[in-house]
Design a protein around this ligand. Structure first.
Ligand code: FES
Length: 110
């Protein structure tokens, strides 16, 4: 397991950060970190419709957890797709925790 620092733990409720993870093969090359109430959530940045990034490689998601390709909309608290072509599917979640003002994700090897 690899622990990666994905930035400061200063996200506002509902705010989203997309973080590129160096050295990872596609499709799991970046993660989405967000805050839902008092909980942190992290997901692989891979749409459940097609295995491509939700953000289209832009490095940001300005309209919530919505895939820019075909509009799949995911629920921040659990990654469930609630609208769009992959409705009912879940984003792949990643363990995330805050420590000393930073957010850390725990990635499985490979
Ligand atoms: S690739 Fe995300 S909705 Fe189609």
């Amino acid at each position: 397991m690899t622990v990666i620092d994905v930035g400061p733990a200063d996200l506002a409720d509902g705010q989203i950060r997309v973080v590129r993870i160096a050295g990872r093969p596609p499709p799991r090359m970046s993660v989405i970190v967000t805050r839902s109430g008092n909980e942190w959530r992290a997901y692989w940045n891979v749409c459940q419709h097609l295995p491509i990034p939700l953000d289209g490689g832009l490095g940001r998601l300005d309209d919530g957890l919505v895939c820019v390709s075909h509009g799949a909309r995911y629920r921040p608290e659990d990654g469930l797709c609630v609208e769009g072509p992959c409705r009912g599917a879940f984003l792949e979640s990643i363990d995330v925790r805050a420590r000393e003002g930073r957010l850390l994700v725990e990635l499985q090897s490979g």
